[in-house]
Design a protein around this ligand. Structure first.
Ligand SMILES: [Cu+2]
Length: 593
């Protein structure tokens, strides 16, 4: 080989290697528009993205960046959240309404810059304003970086199952009414799989989602729980599944005949089509832990059909999964959840913080706010509420991120406590009345950059309404190092923490009448929402915000804001200057840099 050709060859090799490591940039347009949909024998108009329910799938490789231009052609303001995407240093594009931005108003658009980093597997996107996420959501598929592989053999095919809630009425109008009167929120009329209720619900048999498989092949099944207020059991008749990923991280393989999946959570499953040629139901049904007198639950069985390809005579009726647990089977659920472990291998190491600098205990309660003369429609004529450490969160009218970034006062207070103000026997059957009424406010937790944080979430039995709470954190994933029933014991329980291979997730189920402990390193500066992913609990105040301060260098600081953020339009009763349009102020500040 001559010198020239050698050099050329080297140059080509360099370009090839560079390409392999390069992150791609993708562009999507999301058009939000009302469209008519008919389910359960009834037609309604609802807001969806690009005319589809569920919405479009975003496909990336690990480390890519996606620009999504959201055009709002609907009737009300909306934001979108990229659930589980850490968005390093970029809270501007995280999405929760009044936390990191104000709504994208009708007739306007906003471009999100969605920055992927360590995530690999399945995540999803959804609206983060009122209950619009019931119809505005879709999957995010994250393949390994080119040139790398998954820790399991390449499957022969893939399928996405998005589990959702269906409401016959206009859900935002129904919820608004309940929030005004203080009543509990509406139950869904059925669950759906990929937008369809399935064979067991009225007027639904013709549109049941069908998935055709070839005998002998192995498939990757990406399951997303997009339901509004429900943990779900999911199973496919006769077929074992192997859980290989949760929330965009890999886990040690778990072989089982069902999964339990909490709202917000995603799971990657391997399924081998190794049963007799035929048809098999995939079923999603609620796992209900709230047996309170004023809440029923949605007992529908949403179905899809797994159907083998080929020429055969199928039985008239698909088989139903015999092992899907009953609606209230806590044992089955906790046994499954307790099996989740990180891979913790050389290729996929864990990095559990060991030198904790901030330790917190946060109680999770259902509450009420008193109404004069029992004039509300909630518990005993009061207004239903919920809280973290007895603080019921109130959304501000200017987003917390803007207030923090621009030092605006009066929007939030930096005083969310490390410990609840009072300790009581959290999980006792008969709790004193003084635990039932929370204080209201916009209290946020401030953290220094790189702090190593441990938080124990303690469920309570306040008002005799103990139940599971799927707590979700924005901007981070975290390790679940321990959990148990009853009250957390800070002397004995830490001795059993799993610091070797705890699962790495972005949401965690706090068990009914129990506790969970998580750890993370605060290395993503920004303003990050923390909330229960049951939408009704979120509305009632079961949230807080964590502000992670800058680390002192540009690389450890929040990125400058984009040139345009949707302006905040406070209600007229607030004394804001008439011409307040923050988009201009932010732009000016950005231009000064
Ligand atoms: Cu909750």
């Amino acid at each position: 080989m001559g010198l020239l050709s050698k050099l050329l060859w080297l140059a080509c090799l360099n370009i090839f290697l560079f390409r392999m490591a390069e992150s791609a940039v993708h562009y999507y347009d999301f058009v939000l528009r009302e469209k008519n949909f008919t389910r359960l024998c009834s037609t309604k108009s609802m807001l969806v993205v690009n005319d589809s329910f569920p919405g479009p799938v975003i496909r990336v490789h690990k480390g890519d960046t996606v620009f999504v231009n959201v055009h709002n052609e609907g009737y009300y303001g909306v934001t979108i959240h990229w659930h589980g995407v850490k968005q390093p240093r970029n809270p501007w594009s995280d999405g929760p309404e009044y936390i990191t931005q104000c709504p994208i108003e009708p007739g306007t658009n906003f471009t999100y810059e969605v920055i992927f980093s360590t995530e690999e597997g399945t995540l999803w996107w959804h609206a983060h304003s009122n209950w619009t996420r019931s119809s505005v959501h879709g999957a995010i598929v994250i393949y390994p970086k080119e040139g790398t592989t998954t820790p399991y053999p390449k499957p022969d095919g893939e399928e996405i199952f998005i589990l959702g809630s269906w409401y016959v009425g206009n859900i935002n109008a129904l919820v608004l009414e309940d929030l005004k009167t203080g009543a509990s929120a509406p139950e869904s009329d059925s669950y759906v799989i990929n937008g369809q209720p399935g064979d067991f619900l009225p007027c639904s048999q013709d549109s049941t989602h069908r998935w055709v498989v070839d005998f002998g092949k192995t498939y990757l099944v990406r399951v997303i729980n997009a339901a509004m207020n429900a943990d779900l059991f999911f199973a496919i008749a006769k077929h074992n599944i192997t859980v290989v990923g949760v929330d965009g991280s890999y886990v040690k393989p778990i072989v089982n005949d069902f999964i339990v999946i909490s709202p917000g959570q995603t799971m990657n499953l391997l399924l081998t089509a190794n049963q007799s040629l035929g048809q098999y139901y995939a079923v999603a049904r609620q796992y209900d832990t709230d047996q309170s007198f004023f809440n029923g639950f949605d007992d529908t069985n949403a179905t899809a059909i797994l159907m083998y390809s080929g020429n055969y005579t199928a039985p008239d009726v698909p088989l139903f999964p015999s092992n899907i647990p009953a609606y209230t089977d806590n044992n089955a659920a906790y046994k499954f959840i307790g099996r989740l472990r990180s891979l913790a291998s050389k290729e996929y190491p864990v990095n559990v913080p060991l030198n904790i600098t901030t330790r917190m205990l946060i109680t999770i309660s259902m509450n009420y706010l008193p109404c004069p003369n029992a004039s509300c429609a909630g518990i005993d004529g009061n207004m239903i509420a919920s809280s973290l450490s007895n603080m019921s969160f109130v959304n501000p009218t200017t987003d917390v991120l803007l207030a923090y970034y621009r030092n605006l006062s009066g929007i939030y207070t930096p005083d969310f406590p490390n410990w609840p103000e009072s300790f009581f026997n959290f999980t006792a059957d008969d709790l004193p009345l003084n635990t039932t009424i929370p204080t209201q406010g916009t209290r946020v937790k401030m953290l220094d950059y790189n702090e190593e944080v441990e938080i124990t979430f303690q469920g309570t039995a306040v008002l005799k309404i103990p139940q599971n709470h799927p707590m979700h954190m924005h901007g981070y994933s975290f390790y679940v190092v321990g959990s148990g029933f009853g009250n957390f014991n800070n002397e004995t329980d830490p001795k059993n923490f799993n610091l070797v291979d705890p699962p790495e997730v972005n949401s965690v189920e706090v068990p009914k009448d129990g506790w969970v402990t998580i750890r993370f390193k605060a290395n993503n500066p920004g303003v990050w929402f923390w909330h229960c992913h049951f939408e009704r609990h979120l509305d009632w105040g079961m949230n807080t915000v964590m502000i992670v301060k800058n680390g002192g260098t540009p690389e450890t600081s929040i990125r400058p804001p984009p040139t345009y953020m949707p302006p905040c339009r406070p209600p007229p009763s607030l004394a804001w200057p008439k011409d307040f349009d923050d988009s201009h102020e932010v732009r000016n500040e950005y231009e000064r840099k």
